[in-house]
Each structure stands twice: as C-alpha cells, then as structure tokens.
Design a protein around this ligand. Sequence first.
Ligand code: UD1
Ligand code: UDP
Length: 374
Amino acid sequence: MPCETPRILVVFGTRPEIIKLAPVVAALRQKPGIETVVCSTGQQRELAAQTLAVFDLTADFDLQLMRERQDLHDIVAGALCGTRDIIAQVRPSFVLVQGDTGSAVGAGLAAYYSRIPLGHVEAGLRTNDMFNPFPEEANRRLLDEVSSLLFAPTPRARDVLLREGVAAERVHLTGNTVVDALMMARQGWEQRGAPATAAGLLASCPGKKLLLTCHRRENFGDGLAAIFDGVADIARRYPDLTVLFPVHPNPTVRDAAQAHLGGVANVRLLGQLPYPDFLYLLSHADLVISDSGGVQEEAPSFGTPLMVVRRQTERMEGVEGGFATIARLEAEDISRHALELLAQGRRPPTVTTPYGDGHAAQRIADLLTQAVSG
Ligand code: UD1
Ligand code: UDP
C-alpha cells in the first residue's frame, strides 16, 4: 500500500540514464510534499560514479550489480529482484525509469509485478529491428507496454506510441531531458570557464579534431573492426587531424580499439571523460563519429557534424534535420564519408534542435506530481 507522503522511486544503472534522469530528480526535489528516492542498480561502476559526481547526486540505494564482461541475463535478473526488494521497502507511489537498458527493463518489470505505476522517460523510440540495437529495441518496447505514463521526447516518438494503440492520456510529449542536462553543463563552463581536461586536450591538438565514441553490442566483431579501420584510414590520410577517442571501459571495446588504433600516431585513446569535458570537446570537434544514442541527441545543439555508425537508428530526427548522416559499416565508406564531412565544416550552433528545448525535466516532474497527488 502506498505511503502517506507520495514517494517517487527513480531507478538507473548506466551513464546515459544518470545524465538524462539527473535533471528530473532535481526538478522533483523542488516539489513540496513529494519525496524522491534514488536507486542505482550499479550496472556500471566507474562511469556511474564519475557521472553522479558531476550532478552532485547520491543514490539512496546501490545494488552494485556490475561484473566484468557481464551478461544481459544477470543484469536484468539482478535489477528485477534487487528493485523488487527496494520497492517493498520504500513503498513508492510511482517508479520512474529511462531509456532501454537492462537496469531500466529489470526495474520496470519489478514495478509492474509489484503493481506500482511506472513512468518511462524517452518512450516511443523504435527502429523496428529487434537486433539493431540489441537488446535495447526489445527493452524499450517492453517498458512502453507496462508503463502508465509515457514521456515521449519528440513528436515522432509520440506518434509511434499513438499508432501502436497506447491510450492518448498516457502519452505526453515532453522533449528529451538530455537537452536539459546539456544546458546545465554548458552554463557551468560559461560561468566557470572550460573544463580542465577538455581544455588541456584541445590546447595540445591545434589542427582539426575528430571525436569518436563506440560501444554498442551489435557492432562487436565486424562492425567495430570496420569503424576502427575506417578511422585509422582517415587519420593516416589527414596527418594534421587528431582523433580523440574516449574508450568505453567494456573490455571487448578496449581490446578492439587497442588492436586497430593503438599504433596510429594521431589517434589518442583516452579514458572516459567526465560529462562536461566530453561535451566541451564535442562542442569544439570538427566531426564526431559515434554509435551512441546520447551523442546523436547532443551534437545538433553544438552544430558538430555527426556520422552515425550503426545499421539502424531510432533517432531519425537528426538525420532528417540534416544534423547527422548514417554511414555503411564498411571501412572505406566511413573514411570517404568522413573526409567529405570534414571538408564541409561545422554548422552554426543552434538552440532549436529536434530533441528538446531544455524544459523536459520540469514537464515530467509536473506530470508526475499531478499523477501522485490526484
Ligand atoms: C549498456 C546499455 C546500453 C548503453 C550503455 C551505455 C544495456 C542492455 N545496454 O551497454 O544501451 O548504451 O550501457 O554505456 O543495458 N564496464 C566497466 N566499468 C563501467 C561500465 C562498464 O568496467 O563503469 C565494463 C564491464 O566489464 C561491463 C562492460 O563494461 O561488463 C559492459 O557494461 P554494460 O553496462 O553491461 O554495457 P552494455 O550492456 O554494452
Ligand atoms: N559521455 C561522457 N563521457 C565520455 C563519452 C560520452 O560523459 O567520455 C556522455 C555523452 O555526452 C552522452 C552519454 O555519455 O550524454 C552517452 O553515453 P553512452 O554512449 O555510454 O550511451 P548511449 O547514449 O549510447 O546509451
């Protein structure tokens, strides 16, 4: 039975979930008469710790699930059973998750099985290909199915949900909270100066800069090899260019990055950067090549040309708006395409992107407050 003071339990496990939920937690904590409890599944350890510190956020519960080379089954089972117990203890009026990770789907199912209403931030993203991205396409479909409130980031995502038959009163167009987080970070460097690590890196590479991120499971093997070989080819053809690559801590990605790019002179394999440093580099890069979801949503705000290295993207708004292009996962295509984009140059930064206006978290907090107070 719900407690007297309405409580909202916010659950996350990975870096992108923290980035996109931190503004929502901040907005909820401004609401009088509502308690917000934060649970980390610990699906990611160093990445989560680094990102929580940026937002000055502390988890009230940490399930500490991360294991080296963890398996999808273990993460989902750990998040499901771990959040079941937290739900029993906290007795929330609502559970809130974001996106499509193992943590989100485990916690979402735990809320559903406990008959606690669930809110899904970033609802309605689809590629309609269950193996690209894998397993995220299935995870977000499952979450949308069991959620009471679905927060769609874009008109396209809202329309997908309505077409799938979700009742209109459950679907709300809010914008993507990633834009709120980005604006918080940008305000930080406008007020206090450039983040130190990023500023040092930029000062040490005077020519053009190519930023690379890459970690998706469906790209492991041939996909990663094609992306890295393509980038190595660009770097060799363009000696004035520096490739900055914050390498994901996943050992599969690290090993492949070292094997394909370790010996290339103008490629710098870096540790993962704190969020403001990464964004600052993104805002100064001449080109970004990425398979990340979040980076696709961030690049348009800075006018940084983006090449998406995935077979499918659920974020077609960026492609259709002229902010991004999709390359075939072949080294030659990636290299040729990158050289064209570098020659075209950066676009002017814009406050109007297809992904949001920076007020998504407030809208979500208002809707949740209404739901638990009603
Ligand atoms: C997960 C999400 C994916 C998201 C990505 C963000 C699922 C199914 N996928 O990817 O949607 O884009 O996170 O990063 O949940 N590791 C560390 N330290 C860390 C984090 C990871 O060492 O702080 C290593 C561990 O060996 C871990 C591996 O990286 O086993 C993979 O991490 P994991 O969170 O499982 O990544 P993905 O499932 O690939
Ligand atoms: N990011 C970061 N430091 C880095 C690389 C990326 O803070 O060194 C941020 C980036 O700004 C984006 C998010 O991490 O907001 C993307 O996370 P990731 O690529 O792990 O997951 P995805 O978005 O693909 O789910």
